[in-house]
Design a protein around this ligand. Structure first.
Ligand SMILES: [Zn+2]
Length: 262
């Protein structure tokens, strides 16, 4: 199964999602936001009828709104074939330096995960690093992202093929023991602290846990909440409240995304 979540991204699922993506996914379309601030609320508003898979802030934080196995509503006829990333800022200004680094990391990751060709493309029929405007009328007839940002693709691609892959701390909990109700000890404390970080951002779950190293009913309920939260992104897992290897790994993914977003 190909990845549905970009590990450095903070998961913020929205309601504006379409059907299944086509195979293969051809490449990346960096859009220009023509504005500032997270697009979570706008893309979660049914009236807007728009969304993107990802959003990249001027400071390099990344939010993911739509899993990569579902269509975002970003490029009309192109939606089934392309990953979309809204980039904060305006078409009259360049990317920030960290945005170029982040787009290069994302494209490099897509080369690995989806087999993207390391090339610039100006045709919807040819995969690679494209633009919204290349789709013409069938993609909504937009000028996005403007000349300044479209011309930056050469730098993004050069960095993508030469730079080392992004640091991946998703595996931080590999090897932890399976924990369940009535477990005690420092692994439980680590789990509780990690859950507190996750659910402080997500605004869901059972609320703050006392990191006392005791796996009681509230910890069990919070692990189950985590399992439900990550299932659309990492493949479904039972919300049994038991923290086994798969749950530990997904917790590492979510934490990595939160750190990148901070
Ligand atoms: Zn666009």
């Amino acid at each position: 199964m190909t990845a549905v979540h970009y590990p450095p991204a903070w998961l913020r699922p929205v309601g504006n999602v379409g059907g299944a993506m086509a195979t293969p996914i051809l490449g990346l379309i960096p859009h220009v936001q023509v504005g500032t601030g997270s697009l979570f609320s706008w893309f979660n508003n049914p009236a807007s009828k728009v969304s993107a898979h990802l959003w990249l802030s001027r400071t390099g934080a990344i939010e993911q709104y739509v899993p990569f196995d579902r269509r975002a509503w970003a490029e009309a006829a192109g939606n089934p074939y392309w990953i979309s990333c809204e980039c904060e800022g305006y078409d009259t200004e360049d990317y920030t330096p960290i945005q170029i680094v982040r787009l290069a990391e994302l494209f490099r990751w897509g080369m690995h995960e989806f087999g993207w060709e390391p090339r610039i493309t100006d045709s919807p029929a040819r995969g690679g690093l494209g633009t919204h405007r290349m789709g013409g009328a069938l993609w909504g007839g937009h000028s996005c992202p403007g000349d300044i940002r479209a011309n930056r693709r050469r730098d993004i691609l050069a960095r993508a093929v030469s730079a080392p892959p992004p640091t991946d701390r998703c595996e931080r909990f590999v090897g932890r023991p399976t924990l369940r109700s009535n477990a005690v000890g420092s692994n439980v404390t680590d789990l509780q602290q990690a859950l507190n970080i996750v659910f402080a951002g997500a605004g869901a779950g059972v609320g703050h846990l006392d990191p006392d190293g005791r796996y009681g009913p509230r910890t069990t309920a919070q692990v189950a909440a985590l399992q439900r939260y990550v299932s659309p992104w990492f493949g479904r897992i039972d919300d049994d409240g038991v923290c086994g290897p798969a749950t530990w790994q997904k917790l590492g993914h979510v934490l990595t995304g939160l750190e990148t977003a901070a």
